[in-house]
Design a protein around this ligand. Structure first.
Ligand SMILES: [Zn+2]
Length: 110
C-alpha cells in the first residue's frame, strides 16, 4: 500500500468554533439547584443586555474567549485517526486518506 514517492502527512491541531463567554462578577446562587441557577442566569443575561443598551452602573463582568481543539490530517483534512498498513504491518497511515504518517509528526498549534 505504501509507495516510495508517497507524500507523508502529519497531525494538525487547529482551533475551531471560537466563542466568547461572559460570566457575572458575583455568584448568582448558592443553593446549587440547576433549574433555579438557570433561571437566575437567564435573568442576569437579560440584565446585561439591558446594560449594553446604555446603562452605566453594573457589577464588573469577566469576558473569556474559548475555543475547541480539533486534530486533523495535514494532507486530507479528515479527522486525525491512524492505522497500521495491512501489507507491511509496520507503516502508520492516515485512516482517512491512507498516506503514511511522518515519524516526527506532532500536533502543531495554529
Ligand atoms: Zn489524511
Amino acid at each position: 500500500m505504501t509507495e516510495n514517492n508517497s507524500q507523508h502527512v502529519h497531525r494538525v491541531r487547529q482551533s475551531i468554533h471560537p466563542f466568547i463567554t461572559v460570566e457575572p462578577g458575583v455568584r448568582l446562587s448558592f443553593d446549587y439547584e440547576p433549574k433555579r441557577e438557570l433561571k437566575l442566569m437567564v435573568a442576569w443575561a437579560k440584565e446585561l443586555q439591558a446594560f449594553l443598551r446604555g446603562h452605566t452602573e453594573y457589577p464588573r463582568a469577566i469576558v473569556t474567549v474559548n475555543h475547541d481543539l480539533h486534530d486533523m490530517c495535514s494532507g486530507c483534512g479528515g479527522p486525525w485517526e491512524v492505522m497500521v498498513d495491512g501489507d507491511d504491518r509496520t507503516t502508520i497511515l492516515c485512516a482517512s486518506c491512507g498516506q503514511p504518517v511522518s515519524e516526527t509528526a506532532e500536533a502543531r498549534a495554529d
